[in-house]
Design a protein around this ligand. Structure first.
Ligand SMILES: [Mg+2]
Length: 184
């Protein structure tokens, strides 16, 4: 085991099934097409159970258990900003509380404490070097991460096949990805 490897793991649609939960809870939810104001209003009114009761993604536990020995850090995104700063601030605070509630319930208190919940475009600021590995379902997050010198694993839950990522010969991650198997 290479103890220098530092894993950062996205939450929504990698570990937990945000999309399914949103479709079950939010009227007229339509993924990224959902108006920002509508999302913010929902986040400001939903109970914390919207977050804490979110189901695992299929395969999410497998990824988490694989990286667990490396003491991974959750790196998850804040909601998109709306025009009303007060509303957004409240949605942001409630989202942080909710995501940490999920982490505490499903992963343990230590991971809730260390979770980083930041603007999506700021995730890459944690890519300090090539020992920093991000698992994320968004291509733009992975591209920014790689540009900063980290190693990004694009996890695509809709990909038909499983891919093996072998990192420094010490860990093989089996994940869904559009990439072919990759050995670093
Ligand atoms: Mg995600």
């Amino acid at each position: 085991m290479n103890r220098e490897l530092k894993f950062y793991c996205d939450m929504d649609d990698v570990l937990c099934d945000f999309d399914k939960q949103a479709r079950d809870w939010i009227p007229d939810y339509d993924g990224w097409n959902t108006p920002v104001e509508h999302m913010v209003d929902f986040l400001n009114s939903c109970p914390v159970e919207f977050w804490s009761e979110m189901p695992w993604m299929p395969g999410g536990k497998e990824i988490w258990e694989k990286i667990l020995p490396y003491k991974p850090v959750l790196l998850s995104a804040l909601p998109r900003e709306c025009d009303d700063p007060e509303k957004f601030l409240r949605a942001k605070e409630r989202t942080i509380i909710g995501k940490k509630a999920w982490a505490e319930k499903h992963l343990g208190e230590e991971f809730a404490k260390t979770a980083l919940i930041v603007k999506a475009c700021d995730k890459a600021s944690y890519a300090h070097n090539r020992d920093c590995i991000l698992i994320d379902d968004r291509k733009d997050n992975i591209s920014r991460w790689n540009l900063r010198g980290g190693r990004g694993i694009l996890h695509d839950p809709s990909a038909p096949d499983m891919t093996h990522f072998v990192i420094d010969g010490v860990i093989t991650l089996r994940t869904k990805s559009v990439y072919k198997s990759r050995i670093w």
